[in-house]
Structures are given as C-alpha cells and as structure tokens.
Design a binder for this molecule. Structure first.
Ligand code: NIG
Length: 386
C-alpha cells in the first residue's frame, strides 16, 4: 500500500466542519483512505508527490441518483420533447423492452461504461437502480449486475406498472416474490410515487414491505406535479426523496423538520422541460439538499455532476458553496455514507480517498466557466482514475 501527498492545493474544500476550506493546502492519501489534510507547510511526507500548482481540490462527486442498468436509448423521444411533446413516464416501457432483450454482458458493459464516463468527470461514488426489468427475473438480474459496479444499489421494481398488468397484482408481486428475490443484493428500495405510476397507498405498501426486509427507503416524488411523495417519504423516514420539482410549502416544512434529504435533479428538469426545483426555499427552511444527475436514457441522459452544479448556481439560486456541498456531502448524506470510517463526500482523515482536482483556482469556476471541462485529475478509493 503506497501513500501520496498532494501539494500546491490553492483551495481545498473539505466539507468537514472543523477543517473548512483551506488555502495553500495538502492532502495525504494512504491506501484507499485520506490520511492527513491541512496546510501545505505542515504536510507529512509520503511515497509519491503530486504538485497541483495552485488548483482547487474537492471531494469527488457523489451521484446519489442514477438509473444505469439499461439498454438502448430514447433519442427520438428526446427530440420530440424538444419539439413540444410533453415528457411521458410511459417511455420507461421502451427502455424496459430493450433492457429485457439485452444480454447480461451487454447490460454490465453499458453500466461500466457510464460509471467510467462519470468517473472521468469527477464522480467517485455512484448509486444506481433497477427498474427497467419489472419481472422477478429481470429485476434480480439488474440488481446483481448493478452490485458488481455501483457503490449503492436500489431496487425500483415499483417504477411503472408493466403495460397490460393489473396494478394490484403487480404491487403484490413487488411486495412479495420480487422483494424476496432482490433483497440480498440491494441496500435500498425506491418507488415512483406519482400520478400514472404508483399512488400513495401502493407506494406505502412497497416501502413498508421493503423496510420489513431491512432495506433503506428512498422515494421518487413530486416530479411531474404536486403529490404525496414528499409527505410519504418524510413520514416513513426515507433517507431521501428525489426530484422535488413541484413542492407545496407544507412539503418544504416537512423536509426541513426531517432527516430526509431533498435530492434535486436539475438535468432531468431541463431535459423534460419542467420547472427547476425551488432549492432556495428548501435551503432557507433548513432542509438538507443533494444534487444528482439522474442519469438514465429517458429523462436525463447526462452523467455530468458538474452540469448539475453549473445549472444550480445561476438558475436555482444556490451559492457555489451550497451547490458543491449538495453534489458531494449532500449525496453522501442521501446515501447515509457521510460519517464514519470510509465516509464519502468529505475530505478528512479516515474518509475514503475520493477527490478531484479542477483545472481552476477555485470551485467558483464550475459556475463561472459553464460548459468548460474542468476535471484535471481524479482519485477514487486511493487510485488515480484520471
Ligand atoms: O427519475 N421518474 C421516474 N424515473 C426516471 C425516468 C426514467 C425514464 O424515463 O426512463 C426519472 O426521471
């Protein structure tokens, strides 16, 4: 196991309350962990030395919401949307058909390719979901494939009622045989609680069945219109409720009074021509906010967390510091990986050695130079991956 000292850091974002943001800093990596963080002048020596010549360093992005076990693409659907057609979650069925027809190797290769694409842009921790299988066999297959690559795997059998299937029968299947099959391969269960997908009662059944099997809970809520998703997520103590595009004041208050993270997915809202979520109201009320890519072939086909940050600052009225924190620590909190040995989204001794170097003197450049690729170097679990 070798160690590396990174020196010449012009601005180091640690997300650690005690360490804060440090100018003229250094970080020491030992194996897959951060061993030391502090002012460059007091850095201990290490086997290897990397001088980043005044650039900004921050934790790797934590992308806490993706759907990467899929085949095919939906270019035509996207083009139709950009010509004025509304987003219809029914397009999920198109990806379900393509995914069912793909081989295990094709799905695994596609997943790996997207995770590597994200890593090259600074993403070092990825959650991904099932949800394009929707049979016991296909959901189990997706869960197993996801578990080979992703840091966190979420079961999303309740993504859509398969066309031609009775909704009650399908919820029975999800709550019974499907959860039994996937539970040992996943850490989380999610449900798409939205008009046209699963209503509050159906969503509650799925989430309670998952909780009985020891899974953590997440919810897709309030994406396409106001609805019960946020309230249900908070009531059941879900770790996050994702989308939050259409919030009532009561939803904001409920989130602010809870431990449920509001995960905002601006790339999805832009790609589906929805309004952007009211991040300012959430932050001002005291809610915890995460930013994630929602990378999937239908509603948000980008793996770029920088794009989410770049959007969130000028268009969602988040400060640069708030957006950076939401895309790193916020994602870690949504995955309940923000504390303890091997924490992500933070740079402190004992954290996982996941960090990125920007080709910029400060993180402000992520918003100041929109669209310019600024990822200079990336370490994931102590290995340099870019
Ligand atoms: O998070 N909202 C539901 N699920 C995905 C969309 C998936 C798709 O359209 O294929 C989402 O946006």
């Amino acid at each position: 196991m070798s160690s590396t000292v990174i020196t010449g850091i012009g601005e180091l974002t640690t997300n650690d309350d005690a360490l804060g943001t440090i100018a003229d800093a250094a970080v020491v990596i030992d194996g897959d962990r951060v061993a030391w963080v502090g002012p460059a002048g007091s850095a201990p020596d290490a086997d290897e030395h990397v001088d980043v010549e005044g650039r900004a360093v921050l934790p790797g992005w934590v992308d806490s919401h993706t759907h990467l076990v899929f085949a095919g693409d939906r270019t035509a659907e996207f083009a139709a949307r950009m010509s004025g057609q509304p987003y219809q979650a029914g397009g999920i069925a198109v990806t379900v058909n393509a995914t069912r027809q793909a081989t295990d190797a094709e799905l695994a290769d596609n997943l790996r390719r997207h995770v590597e694409e994200a890593a090259a842009q600074g993403t070092t921790c990825v959650e991904t979901k099932t949800g394009y299988g929707l049979t016991v066999e296909d959901e189990l297959r997706a869960a197993k494939i996801a578990a080979t690559v992703a840091d966190e795997v979420t079961f999303l059998g309740a993504h859509l009622v398969p066309p031609g299937t009775d909704a009650t029968d399908y919820v029975d299947l999800v709550c019974g045989e499907m959860l039994d099959a996937v539970a040992e391969h996943v850490g989380w269960c999610d449900v798409f609680c939205e008009e046209g997908a699963f209503d509050a009662d159906q969503s509650r059944r799925v989430l309670e069945a998952a909780r009985r099997r020891g899974l953590g809970l997440r919810v897709h809520g309030n994406q396409l219109g106001p609805g019960p998703g946020v309230a249900l997520a908070v009531e059941l103590g879900a770790a996050s409720v994702d989308h939050c595009t259409h919030l009532e004041p009561s939803d904001v208050d409920a989130l602010a009074a809870s431990d449920t993270v509001a995960t905002l997915l601006p790339a999805c809202d832009l790609s589906t021509r929805q309004p952007l979520p009211d991040a300012r109201a959430l932050l001002d009320a005291g809610a915890t906010v995460a930013l994630a890519s929602n990378c999937n072939p239908g509603s948000s086909y980008t793996s770029s967390m920088a794009y989410c940050v770049t959007t969130a600052v000028p268009q969602m009225r988040m400060s640069v510091a708030e957006a950076i924190r939401a895309a790193t620590w916020g994602g870690a909190r949504a995955l309940r990986r923000d504390t303890g040995d091997g924490a992500v989204g933070v740079l402190r001794p004992g954290a996982r050695a996941d960090l990125q170097v920007l080709d910029a003197p400060s993180t402000t450049w992520l918003a100041y130079r929109p669209g310019v690729p600024l990822t200079r170097a990336v370490w994931r679990e102590g290995d340099r991956v870019r």
